[in-house]
Design a binder for this molecule. Structure first.
Ligand SMILES: *Cc1c(COP(=O)(O)O)cnc(C)c1O
Length: 390
């Protein structure tokens, strides 16, 4: 590891740009798109990902994920697509975990056939499932853990070992865990990708992505990245630096709140089941415990059959029904009507996504207020449905 500091210090200080002129407390923003040459080697330009703000924030994110180098992108999907295309060419093959962020599966299914890149989704998450999907032309294995929306856990060390034995590169979408709860490079994964729109940003006001890896892998990604042009504006880079200063305090509070809410929901008579890796009842709890430092702020739960989940969502006062996640504010959505709406009923049933499944992104509010909000909404739904029946 390049940095000796611990994570809270990395968040607050690594990658700061010293304000030599005015001694300001925070990094200055350099918005220039044009820089005088410094010798022949350094040509700074925003699309080369090397303006002062981009360069210094990349250091911070690399330090957070225990990697040698980082790169900041204009969105999570820019980070994912650029990384894949840096390692795959026509005729190559990629193995993908079967439960992936919808945008990633769409990108693969819609774009790869046009590019002549082959792909296979695994049948499950065991190492045997990954091994069975490998072909002679496989170059990359991509995983996501915990995954959306059932919080399934993939064995990072197992996948990394399998990939190494076959000479393959591994990539992980580490968005749901954040670097506070999981550092995949420590388990042998080669490349860590984040939608920084989520926990790294954390306030629902930044669209960004990030990649961390060895310097060798990063050199390869950077060459492709400057051709595709998915860089982030320096103002947003600066916003992201500011946000990451509080990453640890936010995520730890979200971990604590989620644990409390998961236990509360698990005991609730109107809740059928809860999917949270921190609960002993979660099928992958042991694996989660082995590879995660905290269990995160994301969970899902199923209301009992007969309760209208959509009406429940509309009856909440504090918790907002929204698409995105990981902000300081708590949000919920129905995967059957949003992220997984394009699947058929049978497909949804086969992956365990019922119409009553609710994804819950837990914020930093007082947990008691969140419980009260849920309680009142469930009561309201029961009363409404009873009234209709009468
Ligand atoms: C949101 C998200 C993405 C995509 O990120 P954008 O910043 O929206 O492009 C990728 N993976 C996961 C797990 C996400 O939640």
């Amino acid at each position: 590891m390049k940095y000796n500091q611990r994570i809270k210090t990395i968040c607050t200080h690594v990658g700061e740009i010293e304000d030599k002129r005015f001694k300001g407390a925070v990094s200055p923003i350099y918005m220039s798109t044009s820089y005088q040459f410094e010798g022949v080697d350094i040509k700074r330009y925003p699309r080369y990902f090397n303006t002062p703000n981009q360069e210094y924030l990349s250091e911070k994110i690399a330090a957070l994920e225990h990697g040698e180098a980082g790169l900041i992108f204009g969105s999570g999907m820019a980070a994912i697509s650029t990384t894949f295309l840096a390692f795959l060419k026509k005729g190559d093959h990629i193995v993908l975990q079967n439960t992936l962020y919808g945008g990633t599966s769409n990108f693969i299914r819609e774009e790869f056939p046009k590019l002549g890149i082959d792909f296979s989704f695994t049948n499950g998450l065991s190492i045997q499932d990954f091994e069975a999907a490998i072909q002679p032309n496989t170059k990359l294995i991509h995983i996501e853990t915990p995954s959306n929306p059932l919080m399934t856990i993939t064995d990072m060390e197992g996948v990394a070992k399998l990939a190494r034995s076959k000479g393959l590169v591994t990539t992980i979408d580490n968005t749901f865990a954040s670097p506070v709860n999981q550092n995949p490079i420590d388990f042998g994964i080669d490349i860590v990708i984040h939608s920084a729109t989520k926990y790294l940003g954390g306030h629902s006001d930044i669209l960004a992505g990030a990649v961390v890896s060895s310097q060798d892998h990063m050199d390869r990604i950077w060459k492709v990245a400057k051709n595709y042009g998915g860089s982030l504006s320096d103002f947003m880079v600066w916003m992201l630096e500011r946000s990451i200063k509080t990453l640890v305090v936010r995520v730890k509070e979200q971990n604590r709140n989620a644990r409390k809410l998961a236990r509360y929901l698990k005991k609730h008579a109107d809740v059928k089941q809860v999917f949270y890796p921190g609960l002993k009842s979660h099928p992958d709890h042991k694996l989660a415990k082995k590879q995660m430092l905290g269990f995160g702020g994301m969970m899902s739960f199923e209301l009992n059959e007969g309760l209208d989940a959509s009406l429940f969502l509309r009856s909440l006062k504090l918790i907002k029904p929204t698409m995105s996640l990981a902000g300081v504010e708590s949000t919920m959505l129905l995967p059957a009507l949003t992220s997984h709406a394009l699947l058929s009923q049978e497909e949804r049933d086969s992956v365990g996504i019922s119409d009553n499944l609710i994804r819950f992104s837990v914020g930093i509010e007082s947990p008691k207020d969140l419980k009260d909000d849920i309680e009142a909404a469930i009561l309201f739904v029961k009363k409404e449905q009873l009234d209709i029946r009468i």
